[in-house]
Design a protein around this ligand. Structure first.
Ligand SMILES: [Zn+2]
Length: 1087
């Protein structure tokens, strides 16, 4: 249960994207605006296995190794909370650090072969940081000590590619597939299964590759570090070409009489990336801005170029760049700094110095003398109206050399001022123009050697493209001439300061966020300490603004870096309904030629090699190899669940939950309203209702003023729906939650503003509302292509229960259809729409059914009560209203949602409670095990999909299988159907079982910052999960046996026998499937 809650924690979902976009501190604040913009533009490929779930989930800006399970979360309405803290990038306080951290004498460092280069106490993160150099190889180490228990290690190599074959990306996947000390197929997966990690993944950037891990358990932490170090320095993948074939690419031929196809995890992952217009745009922009250096190629790999890569090139790349002389290593947390150096010396001492670090240096891109224009096509559906489907984006390289930190900070600030919130002038003017549906371009991007700026619109008519360009240039010019409003500057300053001080990295470890900030300069041989120290430059900037006025500070920047800068690339993207099938045909043609050129013997050999690879993939690791991966023992695992202090009381007759936790003077509050009395037909309007509350004005305040007020007085306010099934109950739990945070001295302002939003905002601005509809539509279209697994999951849920149906109405294909119709309705019947919004408010706002949740330390909780009381007094009192009749479901047939894509998302689900199954904690262990073994091996490793996973929604009983960026369709369904048999035949030793249990506990006990703890406790309260039940589930998890696995095998036969299938897939694959299995799917065209 806990796990389910954890997975569905909106906070987590919300935060992930942002913090997967790690940036320098100055852009930490601008990143919030980025997630609010519809795109995950950026030049990097947004890779979303995970999350970047949802439009925002798009924001995983670099390739990472796998899509964490959490990314598979889909049910309930979390996807809509895009305005959740819209004006702040949340960052909070993890620890109370003190300067008294342990130090390490120079002789000890010398004993392990290191010399100290410099050291500093960094007040901003209350840490002592020491930079060491390994004398023999030159490897650099940042050893950061404080009392944060969430320890982080990371090793980063500079890996600039020379072409778009995707070497760095394929290598990132491959080194984690077995190494000298850990000679099994995938030590990475063993760690996923059996460690207490709080973070485990790997990322590829355009110029570097990062391997970070984190854990709060010291023994576990050092186990993870050792597996990662052995993996990067001594991987098996450079000796055995099978890994390269599996993760990179290979020809697959099952039988000489069949057709040859390309297979490979990265190959399919990148096909998915190249099916998304926003990604194509970002990639095109990066390549065009940097034609002369390594950023002019795609480090992730272009599916057309990946098959040019040879095993020899791959091996050579590893030998050259995965070397200590080219490494930067980060340690962070409360562990012993001496032990860190001892562990490292064991590895580093085995190497001699190399010249890798000279060869991996990134060259600077010189400025163009004049702007460039590029037209690119993207795959569009043939069913949609293509007229208004163009995109246009203006991109600048801001400097021909790296900027100093002060200037970068000021640029980051400027970015927030122009684009940070919906009320920011550049965002507002572009959207108000009606020339497009949503913003594209990420604003200021500063993760690479030289910063860039980009902005544009999507959903544009061909004839309006020039108008968009003129509007962007004209607005920038106007901003340079007129400057910004004082209130806007103050709001941005408060938002930025709040987020820096709160330092709430969500579920992303703080130490990792700091590492990525530090690395962004360190990787270019600059000072690794500097990016961590924001206090001085921030104060200097504040002082400058106070003295000279904001115009004197910002106008010259706009002129110099943007208006008078010739290094501009304008990209126009055109929809092309034939592109997907043309690409497909081109690939087919190449493969046919390959086949035609082969002799019969060669074909037989290829079929044999295909067999051999599959056999290897499907042969389990021998037990002794599995045992080589270190693991904790069950004795190391606490027997009780993590306790969250909760005091339930009431104020003015309203239930109030209080969590006394140290939050560094921030109060986090959730105000929850019951949505159950809302009429069914109004449900699809709820997400837009929530957005309207935050983005329309009142009688006295324009929406811009209201937004600025929120920015100036609080750390952010968001409003979003929450819906979940409740175990053992037909009736769903359905609420609207208003969330806010503020410094203790501003709690009164926070509650006043929440009241103002809820009660005084007027639903009268037809034009703005129309923009919300267009933006949401663009967001949904993006989600269909990028997170089709979530769309499929929501759709299956909608066929199985009411909760799922509601979620689908507010975030699935039905929602997209609703938005399409609503666009017209807003023009024809605005009064009707406006009064529906008012009706939602009336039905919702009531003291009756309201609940308040607050997290802060005891004193601040007590001080806040009077403000809560005043807030509650202002709420209308209504007598109890009957719950509305919600009983709809989608028809239960199998369905294929057809979109222009080259990869599929395949789902199958059933409600296992209907079989009489009673929830037992072992189900958590078993589902995780199925995901990490059976599905990983069959759907990903041998199937070639980027991901395959399963999930049990313990509240509804829906067990679902899902795949992500999958080249297969029916074959994947066969794998799902084989799960019961897999469990039935399963044999496992004690060791494997303990690992599975420990890994599950790792999920259940996942690390949470204080605000997330308070929030989880609220959700448990809403869903009726008691402490006794948590204890019982935990005991069941800890005592899971092989017998449970076998019995569960029987239970999930229900999915095979009665399950419903939904696939988001390419038209060709659906046709083929319907031919092969006589019209298995009902076909629905969505784009
Ligand atoms: Zn990848």
């Amino acid at each position: 249960m806990e796990r389910a809650i954890f997975l569905r924690n909106p906070n987590k979902l919300h935060l992930l994207p942002r913090h997967y976009s790690p940036r320098n501190f100055f852009s930490l604040f601008s990143s919030s605006s980025k997630s609010a913009r519809s795109s995950s533009f950026t030049r990097r490929i947004l890779h979303r296995p995970i999350s970047p779930l949802t439009p925002r989930s798009l924001l995983l800006p670099r390739r990472c190794r796998f899509l964490p399970l959490s990314d598979t979360t889909y049910s309930s309405s979390f996807h809509f909370n895009k305005h959740h803290f819209s004006s702040a990038s949340p960052h909070a306080i993890a620890t109370q650090c003190s300067p008294g951290v342990s130090t390490l004498p120079d002789e000890v460092a010398a004993k392990y072969g290191f010399e100290k280069v410099s050291e500093e106490f960094i007040g901003e993160c209350k840490s002592k940081a020491v930079l060491f150099k390994h004398k023999k190889t030159g490897a650099e180490v940042m050893s950061v000590s404080n009392d944060d228990e969430n320890k982080v290690f990371g090793i980063v190599f500079r890996t600039p590619p020379k072409d778009s074959t995707g070497i760095p990306h394929i290598l990132e996947h491959s080194v984690l597939c077995g190494s000298r000390k850990y000679p099994l197929k995938e030590p990475f997966v063993e760690l996923l299964k059996g460690s207490l990690h709080t973070f485990l993944n790997a990322f590829t950037y355009p110029d570097r590759t990062c391997y970070p891990v984190a854990s709060t358990n010291t023994k576990d932490f050092y186990n993870l570090v050792d597996v990662y170090l052995d993996a990067v320095f001594f991987p098996k993948c450079v000796e055995d070409h099978h890994t390269f074939q599996q993760e990179g690419w290979h020809f697959e031929l099952n039988n000489p009489s069949e057709e040859i196809s390309y297979k490979g995890v990265v190959f399919n992952e990148m096909k998915g990336v190249y099916s998304q217009p926003d990604n194509i745009l970002g990639r095109t922009a990066q390549l065009a801005l940097f034609p002369d250096n390594t950023y002019g190629v795609d480090s992730g790999g272009d599916p057309k170029v990946i098959p040019k890569l040879t095993f020899e090139q791959f091996k050579e790349f590893h030998g050259k760049y995965y070397h200590p002389s080219n490494a930067r290593i980060w340690f962070y947390g409360d562990d012993d700094p001496t032990e860190r150096l001892r562990i490292l010396s064991e590895y580093l001492d085995m190497f001699d110095a190399s010249s890798a670090s000279n060869e991996s240096r990134i060259e600077q891109q010189k400025f163009f003398s004049e702007p460039v224009r590029i037209v690119e096509k993207y795959p569009a559906g043939d069913g949609s109206d293509l007229k208004k489907k163009h995109m246009v984006c203006l991109n600048w390289l801001l400097a021909d050399k790296p900027l100093d930190l002060e200037t970068e900070l000021t640029l980051g600030f400027l970015d927030h001022l122009m684009l940070g919130t919906p009320a920011s002038p550049l965002t507002k003017i572009l959207l108000d123009s009606g020339l497009g549906d949503a913003i594209v371009g990420g604003g200021v991007e500063d993760e690479l050697l030289q910063p860039q700026f980009s902005i544009g619109l999507k959903g544009v008519s061909k004839e309006d493209i020039e108008k968009v360009e003129e509007l962007v240039m004209g607005t920038l010019k106007k901003l340079a001439e007129e400057g910004f409003e004082t209130d806007a500057v103050e709001a941005s300053m408060n938002t930025i300061e709040f987020s820096l001080r709160e330092n709430n990295t969500g579920s992303f470890p703080r130490g990792l966020s700091l590492m990525l900030q530090s690395i962004s300069k360190w990787i270019y041989d600059m000072d690794p300490f500097e990016p961590l120290k924001y206090e001085k430059p921030l104060m200097a900037l504040k002082a400058r603004i106070a003295e000279e006025g904001s115009k004197a500070v910002f106008s010259p920047l706009i002129e110099k870096f943007i208006l008078n800068n010739p290094h501009r690339v304008t990209i126009e993207m055109q929809p092309d309904p034939e592109k997907a099938s043309r690409d497909e045909a081109a690939e087919r043609e190449i493969l046919e030629k390959v086949k035609a050129s082969m002799t019969e013997e060669e074909l037989a050999e290829l079929a044999h090699a295909t067999q051999e690879l599959r056999l290897k993939q499907e042969t389990p690791d021998p037990p002794e190899a599995l045992r080589s991966v270190p693991s904790l023992s069950l004795l190391d695992i606490p027997k009780e669940p993590i306790h969250i202090p909760t005091e339930a009381g009431d104020i003015n007759g309203v239930k109030v939950l209080k969590h006394d936790l140290f939050t560094n003077d921030v109060l986090y509050a959730e105000i929850v309203f019951n949505m159950r009395s809302l009429k069914q037909e109004l449900l699809p309007l709820v997400p837009l209702f929530c957005q309207s509350l935050l983005e329309m004005g009142t009688k006295d305040l324009t929406f811009v003023q209201l937004n600025q007020l929120i920015g100036r007085k609080t750390g952010g306010i968001s409003v979003y729906p929450f819906t979940s099934s409740v175990q053992g109950r037909e009736d769903p739990c359905s609420h609207i939650i208003a969330r806010g945070k503020a410094m203790a001295g501003r709690v009164e302002d926070l509650f006043n503003l929440v009241n103002c939003i809820l009660q005084e905002v007027q639903f009268t601005d037809q034009q703005r509302f129309k923009q919300f509809v267009s933006q949401s539509k663009a967001g949904m279209e993006n989600r269909l292509r990028g997170s089709g697994h979530r769309i499929a999951a929501t759709r299956m849920d909608a066929k199985l229960n009411v909760t799922g149906w509601i979620s689908e109405q507010m975030g699935g294909v039905s929602y997209l259809e609703f938005l399409q119709a609503l666009e017209e309705r807003v023009d024809q019947d605005w009064d009707g729409v406006s009064s529906s919004l008012e009706e939602i408010r009336t039905s919702l706002l009531s003291k009756n059914g309201c609940l308040i949740n607050m997290t802060a330390d005891g004193k601040n909780l007590t001080n806040s009560e009077k403000h809560v009381s005043k807030f509650l007094d202002l709420l209308p009192s209504k007598s109890f209203v009957e719950a509305a009749a919600w009983n709809a479901r989608l028809s239960p047939g199998n369905e294929a949602i057809v979109i222009p894509t080259q990869v599929n998302y395949v789902g199958k689900a059933a409600n296992i409670y209907d079989t009489g199954y009673q929830l037992n904690g072992s189900a958590y262990v078993i589902s995780k095990y199925i995901s990490n073994t059976w599905l990983w091996d069959r759907v990903r490793v041998s199937g070639g999909a980027y991901g395959g996973f399963c999930d049990l929604d313990t509240h509804s009983g829906v067990f679902s299988f899902l795949s992500y960026r999958d080249p297969n369709l029916l074959k994947t369904l066969d794998v799902y159907d084989g799960t019961g048999a897999f469990l039935h035949q399963l044999e496992m030793d004690e060791d494997t079982l303990s690992k599975a249990i420990i890994g599950t506990i790792g999920d259940v006990d996942s690390y949470q910052l204080p605000d997330a703890k308070g929030y989880s406790s609220l959700l448990r309260y809403l869903l009726g999960i008691t402490e006794e039940e948590r204890q019982k589930r935990r005991e069941e998890i800890l005592s899971t046996s092989l017998k449970d696995f076998k019995e569960f095998g029987e239970v999930i036969e229900a999915v095979k026998d009665k399950g419903v299938t939904v696939a988001v897939a390419s038209p060709d694959d659906v046709d083929a499937a319907n031919k092969e299995r006589s019209n298995y799917f009902d076909v629905k065209k969505a784009l």
